[in-house]
Design a protein around this ligand. Sequence first.
Ligand code: 8YV
Length: 325
Amino acid sequence: MPKPILLLTRRLPEAIEARAVRDYDARLNSADDPWYRDGAEIARRATEVQAAGILCAAGDPMGAATIAALPDSVKIIATFSVGTDHIDVAAAKARGITVANTPEVLSFATAETAFTLMLMAARRAGEGERLVRAGKWEGWAPTQLMGVTLEGKRLGIAGFGRIGRELAAMARGFRMDIHYRDLRRVPPELEQGATFHGEDREFLGAIDILSMHMPGGEATRKWLNAERLSWMRPGALVINTGRGGSVDDAALVEALRSGQIRAAGLDVYDGEPKIFPGYLGLENVALLPHLGSATIETRDAMGQRALGNVDSVLLRGMAAPDTVG
Ligand code: 8YV
């Protein structure tokens, strides 16, 4: 029997591609042109090869127009991400196409990225690195680049899913006081020793550091706006490893300029890889290029999990374990 045709929208780690090539008639782009940026192009290619499955990633344009243009041969869209905000899941479901993601395996790595940004923002690590690299460091000085400690600070986790809870576990090691807010699940008994808040204003006013882990999409679009920033304690920190669209960039830049927010750390951006220009001139914001899950171990686990979902649908005729929607 011929192997099912699997279209990859991006080049993936070597071991993942090797497994895809072993088990499927895998269609990969060239190394010089490693991914499809355009939804019409993905649909055209899927039609041309009569793909049975599409392996895509976060940020790929898998909206309603792309889904509508896919050939009937497509049975599964497996994304190499936990986020599914780039896929119109309802439209796929209406066409009988399974959508599956890669939960759990990237929670620790993404929490590590949030913690990295938290330390960078609190301890001014980016500023220090720039100073050294620019050859401007003139030696140790008692008041140079003083930051704030994380110890004893109230950490507010917005979005208390798997990643938020991993961050809480790490933060306990730093003797932080954990607070949380979750728009989807709100059981206060969820996490022993963490303080649940049922309301944004009270939550934001109670914390020293906000770490955002929201899934993105319309429900949380520009959630952190000028009003919510004004509810925060003066000198608080803001970290975002969820989705860039949850922040009103102009309002955050203004708060960073005025000192209402002492420092921020961002890994995700609205319309990335575009960066809101206001951030680039500010010293008190650490900017990472969407490194969330970027460890060798995690990317391997994500690829294995994504292919496991494809296997269930295309090789075994079963439901994918990580079906979304
Ligand atoms: C991924 C992410 O690294 O999984 C997600 O939703 O945003 C990141 O962890 C990346 O987007 C790969 O698709």
